[in-house]
Each structure stands twice: as structure tokens, then as C-alpha cells.
Design a protein around this ligand. Sequence first.
Ligand SMILES: *[C@@H]1O[C@H](CO)[C@@H](O)[C@H](O)[C@H]1NC(C)=O
Ligand SMILES: *[C@@H]1O[C@H](CO)[C@@H](O)[C@H](O)[C@H]1NC(C)=O
Ligand SMILES: *[C@@H]1O[C@H](CO)[C@@H](O)[C@H](O)[C@H]1NC(C)=O
Ligand SMILES: *[C@@H]1O[C@H](CO)[C@@H](O)[C@H](O)[C@H]1NC(C)=O
Ligand SMILES: *[C@@H]1O[C@H](CO)[C@@H](O)[C@H](O)[C@H]1NC(C)=O
Ligand SMILES: *[C@@H]1O[C@H](CO)[C@@H](O)[C@H](O)[C@H]1NC(C)=O
Length: 418
Amino acid sequence: MFKIILFITILIAVALPDLTDKKWNAIFGEDLISNFEVKWKNSTPAKNKTEILSKAGKIAFYMRLYRAWIFTPAGKKGFVDRFPAPKVILHPEIVETCGDNGDNSDNKLYKCIDAIYSSIQKRAEFLFPSHNQSMGDFNITEENFRRYISDSMFAYDVTVSYLMCFFTKNELSFLSNLPFCSYGFEKGQKSVWPSSIFRDIANNPLVLNLPNVHEPIDILEEDFICADESFCPDPCCGRTTNRATFCSHEICKEQDIRRKTLSKLQSTNSSFFPKNQEQHSCRVDNNRNNDFLGLTLNKWNVSCTCTKNLSKTDIGYIFRFDTLQCVDIQECDILNDDKCKGENQECINYVGGYKCVCLQGFYWNSNSGKCVPFVLKKSNWFGAAHAPALSSTSGKEIGICFYLLYFYCLIKYDICCL
Ligand SMILES: *[C@@H]1O[C@H](CO)[C@@H](O)[C@H](O)[C@H]1NC(C)=O
Ligand SMILES: *[C@@H]1O[C@H](CO)[C@@H](O)[C@H](O)[C@H]1NC(C)=O
Ligand SMILES: *[C@@H]1O[C@H](CO)[C@@H](O)[C@H](O)[C@H]1NC(C)=O
Ligand SMILES: *[C@@H]1O[C@H](CO)[C@@H](O)[C@H](O)[C@H]1NC(C)=O
Ligand SMILES: *[C@@H]1O[C@H](CO)[C@@H](O)[C@H](O)[C@H]1NC(C)=O
Ligand SMILES: *[C@@H]1O[C@H](CO)[C@@H](O)[C@H](O)[C@H]1NC(C)=O
């Protein structure tokens, strides 16, 4: 019966019309990530690394502006909180060049970044002049940007953002720190982009051929923050450079309003709300958001500090974005790999935490620091109700062996109260 059900499930899964989704996750999955990471670390020459970093930094700068200012063909602007919905169809050129297609050659990452940069560079020559353009420096404003950039390559550019965000959330090390992060339109960022310098470099074969010409890498407060801010939307922090910290989250704001107005929601028993938004309580952790399909669908897994009491934080609870509630963490399921590893122990989950206990039939022996079996010795008859029990090994009295327990043990374990 079980097999039949399983079979039907598989059939249904295959028959579902999200075949393309499955394909996406195969093309942009763990294998691709580990391949790129190994190749970057072991078989990318230093000169190529410099070039990849330089290009990735420029793509990042472009995407920071693009995601803030460009309209979708449907007329919606701003992808700082979410990717566009519905998701765009992946651009075939990027799938071809960057996706997992069995090509494990050393220069695949190089080719991928190079192809993306070339495409963007052609459309954004005002930023990255390569020919004999007498391009002045670029004032980083929305008006200037939109004067040159259209939405004609929208699917391409959003695919770039998906892909680079996927690399970022999977923490591919080439994205940990990028050049040009200090350029942008936010407070404290440099607001004039030195296009003329790129033009001069492009026009000067001497400069171009110097082996170590290298743009300054901007080290932000935490690795991957620059790439994250450039490529990934963030429902908590939006397009800000302070994603290392917890940020206010619109859902929290909504919940906060709901909490005040809907008494029903407030009275749910096992679930409650994240701290209110003034507490800057939510963030999108990389390791819970590294799934390609998930991110294209804006299925962000937001971690918030959850509390019943706004003046303190309850650990043991997690904010679930799907239900918009703080729920108990099933620590035993999640942490069982490294918790309660001792012999004869098990993990017990309770609301707000977990506990390591000895398996039934075992007790905690503080001398040996282990759960040891109850091996009880019957001693003299003390009356109808109970008898003292002695450990058969140490002979020490370890407690009272109740009369009923005695029979219970005898029947169940055949060992105790011998
Ligand atoms: C290194 O860069 C050169 C171009 O400068 C390119 O032809 C080659 O494929 C790259 N190799 C790797 C391993 O990235
Ligand atoms: C750039 O200038 C050089 C000579 O200075 C010329 O040979 C070349 O054709 C020019 N390129 C473009 C794209 O105008
Ligand atoms: C940028 O804009 C400011 C005014 O907003 C202007 O003074 C400055 O000259 C501009 N710089 C460039 C390089 O266009
Ligand atoms: C809370 O729990 C009680 C009993 O455990 C139940 O009757 C009540 O409906 C629950 N409240 C909500 C809002 O789920
Ligand atoms: C968030 O977690 C769910 C469940 O594990 C997963 O299906 C989804 O893809 C994740 N989202 C991202 C962006 O990785
Ligand atoms: C909330 O927590 C604070 C600090 O632990 C405590 O002083 C306060 O009494 C708590 N309030 C409630 C309503 O439990």
C-alpha cells in the first residue's frame, strides 16, 4: 500500500507543471556552487582572480542602482525588498554560460562573470566606457541612471541578480569582499562614479597591461554584505549597507498593528509575535536562504527575535515567515546531530527549549558523567510498600525501589531489583 502511495506521489510530482522549476534548481544547485568554489580556490590564476573581482564589483555597483531605480516592463519600480513577481523567465544566455551543464572546466566562473560584465558594459558605457568616449564622471542619481538604462534587458538583468544573489547566499568566497562598495546613493557613500578613469584605463594600453592594476576592495563590517546589498532583495533591511545588523521588517510592523487590533490573533497559545519593529529584530540569514528557486520566488526565511515580553528575548523560538508567527523551535529535530550525543541519552523538546535526558531504564550517574542502566539490588524486605535499592555495581544505595517499580522492572527489563 505504501509503495503504491509513493508511486502515485512521484507521478503527481512529475506531472506537475513546475518542471521548469525543478530544472532551475538542478542547473543552479549545490554542485555548481561547490564546483565554482573549488575552481576559484585551486585553479584560478591570480591575474584572473583580479579580473573577476574587478568585474564582479562593477556588476554589483550596476545592480545596486538597477534594483533601486529601474521599472519592470509592467511599470513597477524598486526591487530592494523583493524580487519582481511573478518571477522572470531565466535568460537563456546566462543559463547556458553560468548554469550547471556538466562543463567543469577551470575557467567556467571566469567565462560566466566575463559574459555578464560584457553584456552590461555594452549597455552602460556611460558607467564603464571602453572606447574613445569622452565620458565625464557620472553623478549617481536616479534621473541620470534612467536616462541611459532602459528595461529592454529586464529579464537578463534580473537573471543576473538571481544568480549573483544565489552565489552570495551560498557564500562563494569570491564575493566576500568586492571593490567599489563605497560608491552609491546612500548616505555616506561616494556619489560620483569615476567613469573618466575607466575611460582612461581603457584607452591606455600601458595601464591595461600592468599585471597588478587592481581596484581597491572595500571591506565592509561583515563579509558578503556588499554582495548581499547589491544582488539580493531583503524584506528586513531593504537596500541598506547595514544588513549585518538586525533590521526592522514590514511584517513585524504589520504584526504589531495586528497585535493591537486583532485580539484573536493575540490569544494564540503556542505562537506569538516578533519584537516590535523599533527593536530592529529581523534578518535574512544566508544559510536559510540559499535555495535558487526559493529566492526567485521571494520565499525568504526571516529570523526574528521572538518574545512574549518585549523587554527580553526568548531563545527557543523562531519567526516563521510562512505563518508570520513565532513558533517553538523543535530543537531535537534540528540540533540532534550535536545535542544529547552521550550514550543512552535522548533529546526531549519542550515549548521554549529542549533537554537531554537518559533513556528509559537509565539514570544519570554524576560520577561517570554517563547515563547508566538501573541495575538494582534487592536488599532486605522492608515492608509492603517499598524496598531500598542498591546499585549492583557500587553497592551504594541509589534510592528507593518502590514495590510497584520492582515488578514493573522485572517484567519489562528483566534486570532490576535482582
Ligand atoms: C584566465 O583569463 C584568460 C583571459 O585573460 C582566459 O582566457 C582564461 O580562460 C582564464 N582562465 C581561468 C582558469 O580562469
Ligand atoms: C578610437 O581611436 C582610435 C585612434 O585614436 C581609432 O583608431 C579607433 O577606431 C577609435 N575607436 C572607436 C570605437 O571610435
Ligand atoms: C554632479 O552634480 C552636482 C550638482 O548636483 C554638480 O555640482 C557636479 O558638477 C556634478 N558632477 C559631475 C561630475 O557631473
Ligand atoms: C488555546 O488552547 C486552548 C486549550 O488548550 C484552546 O481551547 C483554545 O482554543 C486555544 N486558543 C487558540 C486561540 O488557539
Ligand atoms: C526557505 O526555507 C524553505 C523551507 O526550508 C525552502 O523551501 C525555501 O527555498 C527557503 N528559501 C530560500 C530563499 O532559500
Ligand atoms: C519582562 O521582562 C522583564 C525583564 O526580564 C521583567 O522585569 C518584566 O517583569 C517582564 N514583564 C512581564 C509582563 O513579564
